[in-house]
Design a protein around this ligand. Structure first.
Ligand code: FAD
Length: 401
């Protein structure tokens, strides 16, 4: 049974791209997942080959700006495609999903030099992006504490500091850095930080180490900046505008990730279905067991709810409406749905679910990161909760419409 009745709001283009993407994932990506999960040289080669195939099939960078090769302009439309892309844990690079956010940020806030030197080669698949915000000595949930500094000297930014848990550390051709540009400590944080692009080839830039996540290399690492000099024009937006850009970036970024997590959650749901109807499941009469059905009902409820919350947030982003509450609520719901679905699927697979004989261990690992990545559960709950409580201040009310 399919959910086709839910697709009516989407354009024919989005529906056709979603079908093509699903077929590409089923025929080309899923059969190669085990090789990519092993990593190493072979895993990297397979990943690169599939990325090239996705480009040739016209399925790479679909949410890039149109002038840079993208095909979809609305996030609500992209939801349909992204949840197909997201059915594999390797979707971010195969479909250029990780860099579409950078592309939109550069197009909106970058100058012509940035478009030519960074955005264009990135859209052509020649340059990998990364984003450096979190620091080793400070809580990443508190950007006011950022200590990496960038000072203007003779028309160049002089940068010193460290960042860690940066995705694509080893592959990145450049990093979008959030750094403190205000020299006076009395400057409020809203005006003290800026975003600057730093090429990985800059003197003084160093990849210090790669950092594995729950035992597997997922591409995160630590980088340092020692007396790094980059041109003044590498600033994105305006000097002191880093926090505002960070808010904009995190909002769209959280939603983009949530779309892909929906794909992984649905994959877990499908795997549950396959397992209970496999000869092994049938022999144990799993489809008849009420507690097995409960796993399905709870995962279904979580996925459908998160999907609708994402859709609401996506519509608001598309309409350029304020939507912090909706985006953060959707991110938390998507994370919960993925955590629940991957845990239920593991449970129904028994020991195999915990092993590396199925894709579930890899998906479970990703699921666990979602509760911390792009804002921890607690930080988002606190931010949304404050807004909801404040809505009732001075006799006001929260409007659900
Ligand atoms: C897979 C993955 C990829 C990542 N990629 C990147 C990247 O590309 N670039 C980058 O810069 N960073 C990246 N990060 C880092 C990520 O953004 C941070 O981990 C996140 O912002 C939280 O910061 P922190 O880890 O320093 O935790 P901290 O800020 O030290 O928080 C630790 C814990 O304190 C608690 N806490 C925090 N705030 C509150 C609150 N308001 N109320 C109650 N409790 C609270 C929570 O339990 C939280 O988990 C990545 C992380 C992961 C897991």
């Amino acid at each position: 049974m399919s959910g086709n009745h839910q697709n009516n709001a989407h354009t024919a283009l989005a529906q056709s791209l979603a079908e093509k993407t699903r077929s590409f994932i089923d025929t080309r990506v899923i059969p190669n997942e085990a090789l990519m999960a092993e990593g190493g040289e072979v895993g990297e080669q397979v990943l690169a080959q599939l990325t090239e195939e996705a480009r040739n099939a016209g399925l790479w960078g679909l949410y890039y700006p149109l002038e840079y090769g993208g095909k979809l302009t609305s996030l609500e439309d992209y939801l349909l495609v992204a949840e197909q892309e997201g059915r594999t844990e390797f979707s971010q690079s195969i479909f250029g999903a990780h860099s579409s956010l950078d592309a939109h940020m550069m197009l909106r806030h970058g100058n012509a030099k940035i478009h030519a030197e960074f955005l264009k080669p990135m859209a052509e698949g020649k340059l990998v992006s990364s984003y450096g915000m979190t620091e080793p000595d400070r809580g990443g949930s508190f950007p006011a504490l950022i200590s990496t500094s960038a000072k203007l000297e003779d028309g160049q930014w002089l940068i010193n500091g460290r960042k860690w848990f940066v995705c694509n550390t080893a592959k990145a051709g450049f990093v979008t850095l959030l750094a403190r540009t205000a020299t006076d400590e009395s400057v409020p944080v809203g005006k003290a930080l800026s975003m600057i692009l730093v090429p990985a080839t800059s003197d003084g830039f160093k990849v210090e180490r790669e950092i594995s996540m729950l035992g597997r290399d997922l591409g995160q690492g630590e980088m340092s900046f020692t007396e790094v000099k980059v041109p003044r024009e590498n600033l994105i937006g305006v000097e002191g505008g880093g926090i505002a850009l960070m808010g904009e970036r995190l909002g769209i970024g959280r939603l983009l990730r949530s779309l892909h997590w929906m794909g992984l959650a649905q994959r877990c749901f499908d795997l549950m279905g396959e397992r209970v109807h496999s000869p092994r499941g049938i022999s144990a009469r799993l489809p008849d067991k009420q507690l097995v059905r409960q796993h399905f009902v709870e995962a279904h409820q979580a996925i459908v709810s998160a999907r609708e919350l994402i859709r609401i947030a996506a519509r608001l982003v598309d309409a350029s409406e304020p939507c912090d509450i909706e985006v953060n609520t959707a991110k938390m719901a998507a994370s919960k749905a993925l955590c629940l679905a991957s845990d239920s699927a593991m449970q129904l697979y028994g020991a195999e679910g915990i092993s590396d004989l199925t894709p579930l261990a890899g998906i479970y690992r990703i699921a666990r990161t979602t509760r911390i990545l792009d804002g921890s559960d607690e930080a988002l709950t606190s931010a949304v909760g404050r807004r909801l409580v404040d809505a009732y201040k001075d006799g006001g009310a929260y409007c659900f419409a």
